[in-house]
Write a protein that binds this ligand. Structure first.
Ligand code: NAD
Ligand code: DAU
Length: 339
């Protein structure tokens, strides 16, 4: 199996590469990543000398780079993680989201079609379904109703993937997972931001009333699900991935502070995210029944291990938080925290 993993230097891609190399000694993986602010080769230090792993710096929007890497390594499967992934950044700078998430996906699909790639897996998100009220779940039949520039760009990409299957017969799959957590999570997202801010004695900014709900899944459980889809996903099918683990944001933050033994007084309720989706919750019946996937981690164990990882890997996140990130943090939070 010659796998091209795009966006493999990010949070989920790097965890997926480690998972696959550990599980399949004969697999060969090429990580193709532009190394944006979110891409970090330190995430892959543990595999960088593995002869089955190769890194190529490149942009999924660049046709000649994409064709070259597929040809050079005789790629037969593409798993596309590469994306701009942060909702807040999409609200202030939507252009790059359309470029990378839509145009980049189309470039990969064209290359897959032209170069006889046998399988194309698109890593999408539950956010394409929009927002839920107090009850109900997202199934694969839930209509797409994205609300942020990020989720709209991911939904646009999903429709292209569907079109390449229907029109050209490309063997595609789309996975739509809920919120991931675990090691190497970039500290702009809720869980790593709250853990690292607490460790730095900084304020913990909660958007709105803190009652928005997310359905959290450990990143290794996501990796295992994608592996099953690669092995046995039926052509053209969509698979939702989630572990029935819904938490309000404020409860997650209180849990993190409790586990760290920190007081609650650093919590700050701040101006809400524009267009903030109220609730996400996945119905994972299809992947559980068809591909026999089930999550391995309980949230209790997963969050404790994750907090331990951030305690043990301070240099990793401190390096990120002292770089360009400082400007992002100021722009995103300075005014919010003033009022
Ligand atoms: P991330 O932001 O941590 O990583 C994205 C990676 O893509 C980075 O390494 C970046 O350098 C790379 N990249 C960006 N633009 C590129 C380009 N033009 N060409 C090549 N590489 C490029 O994101 P993540 O959280 O690991 O998410 C990975 C994928 O999973 C995304 O497609 C995201 O939509 C999806 N997803 C994320 C979650 C979550 O909870 N984080 C949940 C469901 C789905
Ligand atoms: O559901 C899957 C999606 O989960 C992925 O597709 C996205 O790539 C990923 O970023 C994530 O999106 P969210 O917007 O749900 O994740 P985020 O960690 O940014 O926010 C989680 C919740 O926490 C959300 O309700 C907003 C809130 N929040 C977030 C931040 C960064 C805060 O209250 N304060 C914050 O500072």
């Amino acid at each position: 199996m010659q796998l091209l993993v795009t966006g493999g230097a990010g949070f989920i891609g790097s965890n997926f590469i480690r998972y696959m190399l550990n599980k399949y000694p004969s697999i060969s993986i090429v990580n193709f990543d532009k190394l944006t602010y979110a891409g970090n080769l330190e995430n892959l230090i543990s595999v960088e000398h593995n002869p089955k792993y190769h890194f190529t710096k490149g942009d999924i929007c660049d046709k000649s780079q994409v064709h070259a890497v597929i040809k050079k390594h005789n790629i037969n499967i593409i798993v596309n993680f590469a994306a701009e992934s942060h909702v807040d950044r999409s609200i202030s700078e939507p252009d790059i989201f359309v470029q990378t998430n839509i145009m980049g996906t189309q470039t990969l699909l064209e290359a897959a079609k032209a170069l006889q790639v046998t399988r194309y897996i698109q890593i999408s998100t539950d956010e394409v379904y929009g927002s839920l009220g107090e009850t109900g779940y997202f199934t694969e039949e839930t209509p797409l109703a994205p609300n942020s520039p990020y989720s709209a760009s991911k939904a646009g990409a999903d429709l292209l993937v569907r079109a390449y299957h229907e029109t050209y017969g490309l063997h595609t799959n789309i996975t739509r997972c809920s919120n991931n957590y675990g090691p190497f999570h970039f500290p702009e997202k809720l869980i790593p931001l709250m853990i690292t801010n607490a460790l730095e004695n900084k304020e913990l900014p909660i958007y709105g009333n803190g009652l928005n709900i997310r359905d959290w899944l450990h990143v290794e459980d996501h990796a295992a699900a994608i592996d099953l889809v690669i092995q046995a996903g039926r052509p053209g099918e969509v698979y939702n991935i989630g572990g029935h683990n819904e938490w309000s944001n404020i409860d997650i933050v209180r849990e993190i502070l409790t586990l760290l033994g920190e007081p609650m007084d650093s919590i700050r309720y701040v101006e809400d995210r524009k267009g903030h989706d109220q609730r996400y919750a996945i119905d994972p019946s299809k992947i559980m029944e068809e591909l026999q996937w089930k999550p391995h981690y309980t949230f209790g164990i997963g969050i404790q291990e994750t907090i331990r990882w951030y305690l043990d890997n301070r240099e990793w996140w401190q390096r990120i938080k002292t770089g360009e990130y400082k400007n992002y943090y100021k722009q995103q939070y300075e005014d919010r925290l003033l009022f």
